[in-house]
Ligand binder design. Structure first.
Ligand SMILES: [Zn+2]
Length: 116
């Protein structure tokens, strides 16, 4: 089975210069959830890798991020879609972590955990 890796902000939901800080601010781009469902139906596993520096900036915490992702999963389930895993970098651009894209630690972690 093939794997599709998607970004989140600006791909699945509308992005914001002020960051997505709450479930209410997370709004899907029209057609994106249906597109994921169609990928699933065609046999693709779909995962997300997303930079979420709003956490490092103190704009939201991991619990809130989880609630945002619960909303995304719930809305996606309503159209028959499923995201297998969500990998996020909580660090800021100056933290020099290895998981913030375009660095590849999240991709390696994904490959290890999903055995792909
Ligand atoms: Zn990171």
């Amino acid at each position: 089975m093939s794997l599709i890796i998607l970004d989140r902000d600006g791909v699945i939901n509308h992005d914001s210069d002020d960051f997505i800080k709450s479930p209410a601010e997370w709004e899907p781009i029209e057609g994106s959830l249906e597109a994921i469902a169609r990928l699933n139906y065609a046999g693709y596993r779909v995962v997300i890798i997303t930079n979420q520096s709003g956490i490092a900036r103190g704009l939201l915490d991991v619990e809130t991020l989880n609630r945002i992702h619960s909303k995304m999963r719930r809305m996606l389930a309503q159209v028959g879609g499923r995201i297998e895993a969500i990998f996020f970098c909580p660090h800021g651009p100056d933290d020099n972590c290895d998981c913030r894209k375009p660095k590849d630690a999240a991709f390696k972690d994904l490959a290890h955990r999903l055995r792909v």
